[in-house]
Design a protein around this ligand. Structure first.
Ligand code: HEM
Length: 495
């Protein structure tokens, strides 16, 4: 009797699963949307841990050349957007349909789930509104002494090296970005740039180490958020959030007795005061979550851009020379040779080099959103509420028709006189619309300052036999598009 009952239950489950799977499998075909056949368990995610999602996005773009492509996040249908016009609609024009990201961290992980990147509306709006003002160009000038100090320490660190060709450049640049963002957001003096070690650097080091468990946490947060709470997955390693909490509490206590510095910590303390007066849910945990995402959102993306621009310039001596000449002229004209944040922002070739690096190596190659209502994509397709959409920015940035010889490093395409050739919404390294990168200017200032100081002090040279930029491995286990191997160049002192 019991066996019969078990048998019938099993049959019902298998029939139901088969019926559900058939519907899932036919989802995009029925709607006439091009797609690759889904895997019965992973959907379209069979590339996870085997290929970087950014590389996968470029391949999907090239394979289909269609304005959109159907995909499955496990069994959930999702849409990849390959067209600048649709990207504009989703990110900007109809952004009220797409306020939130699909990814989400669980309720057992407040620092991971309440930060600007992961949090949903309406808490997102009230935090973003309050923090936007601190990232304006005028407020960020307060970073001047910090970037001056840290970029001169970066130059010194290289000078101290017995053999510069043994410096793992990504690690050294991560030391620099950890110091810059750690100091600005947590108000503590860190010393990683000069020495390579610091407790804050141990935290950022942990963010970039991907073992199987962290890979699972991230894959679930990004692509299967329903599982996050069940397995208590976390966005940051638990010990690091304990560390953030401790450091933030100490730093905020100190800062309350000091003069305001106009940095990120001041803005976060103001957020905390305002939060206590409002009933919008801005608790101390929420504020610490913002400090954590500033560090996490900024240190790896910015250091990856510094790594890839140095590496490309080492292989492009003519472009490097143009940059050097621009910077020497700039330094000659500025008072005491000082690299002022606001003036450096006008260096045309420096900006072009940084933009070209961002185009080729956007750390986030896809911008995710979730439709909160049914949404008409075009005359032929309406997606249902709850459908994740992924704007494939890296795919567009590697399209030869949009960026001639897209595989090549050509900063000239971003010079102001050529800017007209770049079609709107095809170059989106910082995203677009209300949920675009809040730290864009901060990241640009940190990159410009470091790169300018490096180029003024050193000639960068490729090592004999080193892999060309397009041959280097890309990290397979993480979700950001970053190098998957150590990179080395030679720094030759200029004088
Ligand atoms: C080269 C440097 C950087 C790159 C390429 C970059 C890129 C991005 C991208 C693509 C997004 C998603 C945008 C979207 O979905 O439309 C984003 C979001 C974000 N970034 Fe950055 N980022 C950089 C530096 C920074 C820095 C320095 C910080 C903080 C100091 C930061 C903090 C954030 C935050 C908090 C978000 C979430 C914004 C929201 O949802 O409201 N980023 N970034």
């Amino acid at each position: 009797m019991i066996l019969n009952l078990l048998g019938i239950t099993l049959l019902c489950v298998v029939t139901w699963l088969y019926y559900r799977w058939t519907r899932v499998r036919q989802y995009w075909a029925k709607r006439g949307v091009p797609h690759l056949p889904p895997n019965p368990i992973m959907g379209s995610l069979t590339f996870l841990q085997r290929q970087n999602p950014g590389v996968w996005m470029v391949n999907i773009y090239k394979q289909f050349r269609s304005p959109y492509v159907g995909a499955w996040m496990f069994w959930r249908p999702a849409l990849i957007i390959n067209s600048p016009e649709l990207a504009r609609n989703i990110l900007v024009k109809d952004s009220s349909f797409f306020r939130d990201r699909f990814l989400s961290s669980g309720s057992s992980d407040p620092i991971g789930s309440l930060n600007l990147f992961t949090v949903n509306d309406p808490l997102w709006s009230s935090i973003r509104r309050r923090l936007t003002s601190v990232f304006t160009a005028s407020k960020l000038r307060a970073l001047q002494s910090l970037v001056d100090l840290k970029s001169s320490q970066l130059v010194q660190r290289i000078k101290n090296a017995q053999d510069t060709s043994k410096l793992n450049i990504r690690m050294v640049y991560m030391d620099y970005t950890t110091d810059i963002i750690g100091t600005a957001a947590f108000g503590v003096e860190t010393n990683a740039t000069l020495t390579g070690v610091d407790p804050m650097r141990t935290v950022t080091q942990a963010f970039t180490s991907f073992d199987l468990y962290r890979g699972l946490c991230w894959s679930s947060i990004f692509f299967f958020p329903e599982l996050v709470d069940k397995f208590r997955f976390t966005f940051f390693p638990k010990w690091s959030t304990d560390y953030f909490t401790k450091v933030f509490k100490i730093a905020s206590k100190h800062r309350k007795n000091e003069r305001p510095r106009g940095d990120l910590l001041d803005a976060l303390l103001k957020l905390m005061d305002e939060g206590a007066k409002s009933n919008e849910g801005i608790t101390e945990e929420v504020v610490i979550a913002q400090a954590a995402i500033f560090l996490f959102g900024g240190f790896e993306s910015t250091s990856t851009m510094m790594t890839m621009s140095s590496y490309e310039l080492a292989f492009h001596p003519d472009e490097q020379e143009k940059l050097y000449e621009e910077l020497i002229a700039f330094q000659y004209e500025s008072e005491n040779g000082h690299l002022e944040i606001s003036k450096l922002a006008d260096c045309r070739y420096l900006n072009a080099v940084i933009k070209e690096t961002l185009r080729k190596y956007s750390p986030m190659g896809w911008l995710d959103r979730i439709a909160d209502r049914d949404y008409k994509i075009d005359e032929n397709l309406t997606i249902s509420a709850g459908t994740p959409v992924y704007v494939n920015n890296i795919g567009m940035q590697y399209d030869d028709e949009l960026f001639y010889e897209a595989e090549k490093f050509i900063p000239e395409r971003f010079l102001p006189e050529n800017a007209g050739n770049i079609k709107p919404f095809t170059f989106l390294p910082f995203g677009e619309g209300p949920r675009s990168c809040i730290g864009k200017r901060f990241g640009q200032i940190s990159m410009r300052h470091a790169l300018a100081n490096l180029i003024l002090n050193y000639k960068l040279e490729a090592l004999p036999g080193a892999k060309k930029p397009n041959e280097i491995k890309i990290e397979k286990r993480g979700l950001l598009l970053v190098p998957g191997e150590e990179l080395y160049i030679k720094f030759i002192p200029r004088n």
